[in-house]
Unconditional design. Sequence first.
Length: 133
Amino acid sequence: MGWKEEVLEEILALLVLLAGLADRAAGRPLAIALPVLAGLAHAEAVARNYLVGLPSGAPALIASSRSEDRATRLAADFRTLARILRAYLARARRRARLATRDIARQACSPMARCGQSCAVGRPAAAPCEPDTS
């Protein structure tokens, strides 16, 4: 796995952590929850802008919660963003696997044309002799 996937996995873990923090802020007195909610709202806007491409002032079109409590809505938004990022990661890994298969197939194709089997990890066989009969 490349460093980009590792960074995206760390961002995914952070989104899940922020959702948990928003859950903990739900139902707390406003004086306690307000500083936390301010930071969470900013983090959610940055993550939404990065993952979905929505400007930071746009309404949360990805909201999966209709709750009146801002903390509950933020938790749902963070979880939705985490699902979006997980889907991006799955697609990137699938593409990487397919690209690796294509590269291996291209590397094996000259041997396959000569009737020799391709074995990744084995030393390359001698090139085919042309049929002179």
